[in-house]
Design a protein around this ligand. Structure first.
Ligand SMILES: *[C@@H]1O[C@H](CO)[C@@H](O)[C@H](O)[C@H]1NC(C)=O
Ligand SMILES: *[C@@H]1O[C@H](CO)[C@@H](O)[C@H](O)[C@H]1NC(C)=O
Ligand SMILES: *[C@@H]1O[C@H](CO)[C@@H](O)[C@H](O)[C@H]1NC(C)=O
Length: 642
């Protein structure tokens, strides 16, 4: 590798032209756009901003449990700010709310058409018609995610409540419906984020964005849809398929009694197995010699499940995640072999949509970029995405390390004297955190690409008076014995879980006792891992920056800022080589590069926040990443896993 390497491969994409599928349909959309809704110009756009239009996210939102009869409710709804929590006692039934809003979106985003600040209390409304052919069926109203609490009213009646900003929920609205006229749907949303003494799962969101913390997302930020199902219907599939061809499945049903479900596994139109078993308890069967799933060959099998008159489509991948000693060193294993997991810290933030990517195409663009460079993993950082994100990882072959969205970071508030104060959860808040951790694992554990759950990031919200990570790790393993658990990614490690995970910037310090710190001592009995490193950046011109003066002012206060993109690639090369040395010499089994894209005042991405500039010298990065896998492969030669 040469410092003087030609710079030809680091493509500075000054326009959106190099991105797939960009262009041309603006006029049509403007025509279709309802008169009241208009994009609010965000501090930075993406190549997809103008393509969003008024029918966002048309895809079926739940790929692991697909029903043919469904109706997408995404589009332009009405919105109105509310004063307080008490507002929910006086719902504005039958009234036209003040403003137009795009659903799904974050109220703070330009795409919402609102771009508000401190959206703590909000009303949303729309109306929908239900096909008379659905009369006699159960009509289910589904929300992909609402941040943070939602109270749902249908035709003037309180139909349901949900708490937790990252999860899918369903409200059975059958008994409130009219089949011959429009139905009024009204949703009250309360999202405190980090207001006052609230300590709730928020990840990177804060009401006071700065440095590594970003603009919050409030409201209905994932798809809303209706579907019809028979009264006894499938509510969830827990599906795991392993390298030995064993399929383990629990078909959860809405009726509290056991019935027989039929499961069929197909590949390319051919049935490879059919099996019948009881609902609401796990049963197993075997598919002989399945084609295994891995990042290099992401083979998936379709699965059809029938329960009485209900039939849903799903899919799975055959693979086994475990850990074991390879040549005397504790390693993560995929299908029984050491896999060096190398990915990026992936925040899932967008300048136009914040938590909501402008489209599926935009979301998948990031993942394809990682695949192109040779990453085999992505660490989904203290955020949970739409199911379609995990489906894309399953299809592309990207391992996912999934973080639980963290509580408030340490020292997140200043007292009257200006001293920073650590805000940890009280007992009740801790119980709620644990409950939402359960929901995350249960809701997402059937995606084949997820390999590891992370409970805590860098001590944020991590009580130290006792060590809750041990009980939480046991709980995660009980709910999902098929994955590894990274109990504490960075900082405060008492020995829980499967990883000895160090964070260090800019250079990696992976898998060796001389990188120990008192709060995070290296532990050879667990998998040595570099949960974060890198973080280096370059400033870019104003057209590619989040145009917010406070964010611009702090660009050089957080991470190393290199003078040019060429210097950045040189530094990247040195840091990746240093990790390679640690793979060769120590017990380093994987790493996470900070990060996929710039986010707000952080200018340290492989790409800028708008995805218009790639910093990476593609050939150099591909070679450096391949060298990591080669170094890891050399450590497993001739070794027996145990
Ligand atoms: C379901 O059935 C079990 C066993 O008969 C009973 O204990 C439980 O209370 C029932 N649950 C509901 C929600 O009806
Ligand atoms: C699964 O089903 C989808 C939709 O019918 C189809 O496009 C896809 O090719 C199928 N995949 C496999 C592996 O059979
Ligand atoms: C980064 O670039 C922006 C826009 O050109 C500029 O306003 C800002 O001062 C720069 N910051 C640093 C630290 O160079």
């Amino acid at each position: 590798m040469h410092l003087t390497r030609s710079f030809a491969f680091s493509c500075l994409v000054a326009t959106g032209l190099a991105l797939p599928g960009i262009g041309g349909t603006k006029l049509q959309e403007n025509k279709a756009r309802s008169p009241g809704y208009a994009l609010k110009e965000p501090p930075l756009t993406t190549p997809w901003t103008d393509k969003v239009g008024t029918n966002p996210w048309p895809e079926y939102p739940r790929p692991l449990l697909q029903r043919p009869e469904w109706k997408n409710l995404n589009g332009v709804w009405k919105y109105q700010d509310a004063e307080s929590l008490d507002a929910v006692q006086q719902p504005p039934f039958g009234q036209e709310l003040a403003q137009d809003v795009l659903i799904p979106s974050c109220l703070e985003s330009g795409l919402s058409g609102i771009q508000s600040d401190w959206a703590l209390y909000s009303w949303f409304s729309t109306s929908f018609e239900v096909s008379p052919s659905w009369n006699g069926e159960q009509v289910l109203l589904n929300f992909g995610a609402v941040d943070y609490e939602a109270t749902v009213f249908v035709n003037g009646q309180n139909a349901g409540f949900h708490r937790g900003g990252y999860f899918r929920f369903v409200v059975d609205v059958t008994k409130y419906l009219k089949f011959d006229q429009p139905n009024e749907l009204l949703v009250f949303v309360h999202d405190p984020t980090d207001d006052g003494d609230y300590v709730i799962p928020i990840g990177k969101q804060t009401l006071r964005p700065s440095h590594i913390f970003y603009t919050p997302c409030s409201g209905i930020w994932q798809s809303v849809w209706l579907e019809a199902a028979p009264s006894n219907h499938i509510t969830q599939l827990d599906l795991d398929a392993n390298m030995d061809g064993q399929v383990s499945i629990t078909v959860h049903s809405s009726a509290n009694e056991t019935a027989e479900a039929e499961v069929t596994v197909h590949k390319d139109g051919e049935t490879v197995a059919t099996h019948k078993g009881p609902t609401n308890e796990q049963f197993q069967f075997t598919v002989s010699s399945p084609m295994l799933w891995s990042p290099d060959s992401p083979n998936l099998y379709n699965v059809t499940v029938k329960l009485g008159d209900d039939q849903v489509e799903s899919y799975t991948g055959f693979r086994t995640i475990s850990r074991g000693k390879v040549d005397g060193i504790e390693r993560p294993l995929l299908n029984g072999e050491f896999i060096f997991m190398f990915g990026t810290l992936d925040q899932g933030y967008w300048p136009d949509g914040l938590y909501t990517p402008p489209s599926k195409e935009a979301m998948v663009y990031d993942l394809q970029m990682l695949k192109k460079l040779g990453f085999n993993m992505v660490r989904k950082h203290i955020k949970i995405e739409t199911d379609l994100f995990y489906q894309a990882c399953d299809e592309l072959g990207l391992l996912v390390i999934q973080d639980m969205p963290s509580l408030r970071p340490l020292q997140s508030r200043r007292d009257a004297n200006g001293n920073s104060v650590t805000i940890l959860p009280n007992e009740q808040q801790q119980v709620e955190f644990a409950r939402q951790l359960d929901v995350m694992v249960n809701q997402f554990k059937s995606f084949p690409s997820i390999v590891t759950w992370v409970v805590y990031n860098e001590g944020w919200g991590q009580i130290t008076a006792y060590h809750p990570e041990f009980a939480l790790t046991d709980r995660v393993r009980q709910l999902d014995p098929t994955r590894l658990v990274d109990s504490t990614s960075g900082w405060i490690d008492h020995g829980a879980g499967d990883f000895s995970d160090n964070h260090h910037y800019a250079n990696p310090q992976c898998g060796s006792p001389f990188y120990s710190t008192p709060s995070s001592p290296y532990d050879a009995s667990r998998i040595g891992f570099q949960g974060e490193f890198g973080g280096i950046g370059t400033n870019v011109s104003i057209e590619n920056l989040w145009n917010d003066q406070a964010a611009i002012n702090t660009i050089d206060q957080t991470y190393e800022i290199d003078t040019t993109i060429e210097a950045w690639n040189y530094r990247s090369h040195r840091l990746l080589n240093e990790l390679e040395d640690q793979v060769r010499l120590y017990a380093c089994s994987g790493g996470v590069w900070t990060q996929t894209t710039d986010v707000e005042g952080e200018v340290n991405g492989l790409m800028t926040y708008d995805r218009r500039v790639e910093r990476v010298d593609v050939k150099q990065w591909q070679a450096d990443i391949k060298a990591l896998y080669d170094a890891a492969a050399a450590r497993s030669k001739g070794a027996e896993s145990s």
